[in-house]
Design a protein around this ligand. Sequence first.
Ligand code: HEC
Ligand code: HEC
Ligand code: HEC
Ligand code: HEC
Ligand code: HEC
Length: 171
Amino acid sequence: MRFLRHPLCIFTAVGVLCLVLIYRHAYTAATYVAQQPVPFEHSTHTAADKVNMQCQSCHAGAEKGAGAGMPASSACMDCHRHILADDARLLPLHAAANADSSVYHGEPLRWVRQAPLPAHVHFNHGYHARKGVSCAECHPNPDAPTAHTMQSCLDCHEKHALPLNCDSCHH
Ligand code: HEC
Ligand code: HEC
Ligand code: HEC
Ligand code: HEC
Ligand code: HEC
């Protein structure tokens, strides 16, 4: 076992330990806030004493479709052609959707999904909306989305006395 005390071996062991710790730190954080192309805040846009927009006006699919969907960049320009028109934070939006701007290139903004489900689970927004489940029950704070766990689905389904058979959620 003398080779275990070789400097190269100790060096490698320390390196591997560091990688494991970094990996665990990165993937066990309770909330993970991705770097978005524009520092968009839900609170500004949806609070009753601010812009007071409805969720569905930007995520139209959530009422009827399977996916909620993301707003078109042009829909943001309806307001931001006038509001914060010269604000540097909105330059990527002008590049995406304001043909009069000098930075315009027309590539839509690419939002980063923060709490997607794994591919083996299927979820239907429209189905839940028709049964009267509100957005806030599953998305209490869309500015800091937390992962949807299997337990979070089952807890509510149990309350509604739904059958918990695996293939209703899994392919
Ligand atoms: C003005 C348009 C707008 C309105 C209104 C709006 N959203 Fe969003 N929403 C966005 C944009 C843009 C993103 C992508 C950036 C981000 O994640 O913050 C997003 C992202 C999300 C996400 C993150 C999904 C993920 O996994 O990444 C959820 C959940 C969400 N919105 C729910 C809501 C709910 C609930 C409401 C109503 C309270 C709402 N939104 C109102 C524009 C909007
Ligand atoms: C109905 C009008 C309206 C629409 C539509 C709208 N915004 Fe806004 N937005 C506002 C107002 C009002 C403010 C606050 C202005 C201020 O701070 O003076 C704001 C603020 C912002 C800010 C500054 C940070 C923050 O959120 O407070 C960003 C970034 C922004 N909006 C991005 C967007 C994006 C991206 C979209 C499209 C997904 C969008 N907005 C759609 C009205 C709107
Ligand atoms: C019963 C729980 C539940 C309700 C109610 C719900 N959502 Fe979701 N939402 C989810 C889950 C789970 C995901 C992740 C879906 C995926 O990754 O396939 C999600 C994803 C999203 C996304 C990301 C984009 C997308 O299409 O996946 C947005 C935006 C969103 N929801 C908005 C809303 C809005 C707006 C409402 C209300 C009209 C709403 N949600 C109601 C559970 C819910
Ligand atoms: C806040 C409550 C709530 C949460 C959270 C919730 N659901 Fe539901 N779900 C319901 C209700 C209510 C129904 C409709 C019951 C009925 O048919 O009357 C439903 C129905 C369903 C159905 C169809 C019923 C069946 O057995 O075929 C599926 C599939 C489903 N939900 C998947 C999910 C998944 C996946 C999640 C987690 C990502 C989730 N739900 C989270 C309330 C919820
Ligand atoms: C109401 C919806 C729902 C039902 C019913 C359900 N699951 Fe899940 N399941 C989920 C969701 C959502 C995830 C993803 C959770 C995550 O990514 O953390 C998941 C993840 C899993 C995973 C992956 C494990 C993991 O931690 O990622 C397994 C295995 C699994 N489910 C098995 C089952 C079995 C077996 C049953 C039946 C006894 C079942 N599920 C019933 C929604 C459901």
